[in-house]
Ligand binder design. Structure first.
Ligand code: NAD
Ligand code: AKB
Length: 323
């Protein structure tokens, strides 16, 4: 029987991942961990632990005593926030990974999931249908940390047989919790504004195409990858995952098909980050190795977001990562 720990469970991905893992393995077998003392309401269906991934000794003790088989390490600073605090971003994004990789190397964990990102690519990468293996010269501290993390994951697999699995997620779109400070956050933010005011000012320019994915697809991919037989996992750095590629203008048009909506553009520092990332991603390797298939296209994702987004979640917050 699996015993699962999700670190960074209170964020955009963790919120939905924990819910799905608990449905699969039983509530009591999936522990959600994050920084807050109190268990966030949306994680209250099962056990919760306050855990700081940077406290290496506390994390080691908790995992060894808890006899966890699988660890999902989600705690990180995302691209936009990381640019504002590069030293801390490097520390958080790298140190936690070593703590978990070392525990697996010592035999205390059987399987690790660690997410990478399309941010591993840079301005010299071919931007259309970016292949799995290509030039990778990221220009953000976030991208550099993800690329280094990928190299270390592959190293721990090759050298010590650590069963670590990873996906280069595109920008993820969901309505259960707000995104945590990324460059792709506009594609979530836009829905709250569309429903509240019928208009939105995008911090990326109208023709900035980026790879994105509806969260349900991303969670399904994650669980599918973790369930795949070991021999099928040919890539131990991280798998490309393509999703849907669109620009702010195309997203606005898809929203305007359903409700009255207008958009304006005021690019900020995140434009340079977006310009360094691919427009679209080739995920043939994920399809071939573990049967990956996309379900949500642009209009299907827009429809489900418009149906479920609750503007009060964004507009009642005193501060938000979304500017
Ligand atoms: P998020 O910012 O929404 O959530 C991160 C969570 O980690 C937060 O709940 C935060 O409180 C927690 N955390 C921060 N520091 C911690 C610490 N020291 N100890 C324990 N917990 C800590 O991020 P997310 O969007 O859920 O992303 C999760 C992972 O997926 C990250 O590694 C991110 O780089 C990666 N990823 C996300 C996306 C996306 O679009 N959301 C895309 C690509 C990759
Ligand atoms: C970000 O924009 O930083 C994230 C990502 C694509 O890694 N959403």
């Amino acid at each position: 029987m699996k015993k699962v720990l999700v670190i960074g469970a209170g964020g955009q991905i963790g919120t939905e991942l924990v819910f799905n893992l608990r449905a699969k393995y039983g509530n009591e077998n999936v522990v959600a961990a994050d920084l807050s003392e109190k268990c966030p309401d949306h994680l209250a269906g099962g056990p919760y632990a306050k855990l700081d991934i940077l406290n290496r000794e506390a994390v080691r003790e908790y995992i060894i005593n808890g006899a966890f088989s699988d660890v999902y390490l989600l705690a990180a600073l995302l691209s936009a926030t990381a640019e504002k605090n590069p030293d801390f971003a490097w520390k958080l994004n790298m140190e936690g990974l070593f703590t978990i990789l070392d525990l697996a190397k010592e035999g205390y964990i059987k399987q690790i999931f660690w997410p990478s990102s399309i941010a591993v690519f840079g301005p010299t990468t071919p931007g259309d249908h970016t292949p799995q293996y290509t030039v990778m010269e990221p220009t953000t501290v976030y991208g550099i940390s993800k690329q280094a993390g990928e190299r270390w994951c592959e190293y721990y697999f090759n050298k010590y047989g650590v069963d670590v699995r990873s996906i280069r997620y595109p920008g993820l779109i969901s309505y259960t919790s707000l995104p945590g400070g990324g460059t792709t956050d506009y594609a979530v933010d836009i829905f709250y504004h569309a429903k509240q005011t019928g208009s939105y000012t995008s911090f990326l320019s109208e023709d900035t195409a980026l790879p994105m994915m509806y969260m349900e697809d991303a969670i399904r991919a994650t669980i599918q990858l973790m369930d795949a037989p070991k021999e099928n996992i040919k890539i131990r750095s991280s798998y490309n995952l393509g999703g849907i590629s669109f620009t702010p203008k195309q997203l606005a048009a898809a929203i305007a098909k359903r409700i009255p909506f207008s958009i304006e553009y005021a690019p900020d520092f995140r434009q340079a980050i977006a310009d360094s990332w691919p427009n679209s991603i080739d995920d043939t390797a994920a399809q071939k190795d573990w049967g990956w298939e996309l379900e949500y296209d642009l209009q299907k994702m827009v429809d489900v977001m418009l149906e479920h987004v609750e503007p009060s979640k964004l507009f009642n917050k005193s501060s938000t990562s979304i500017s």
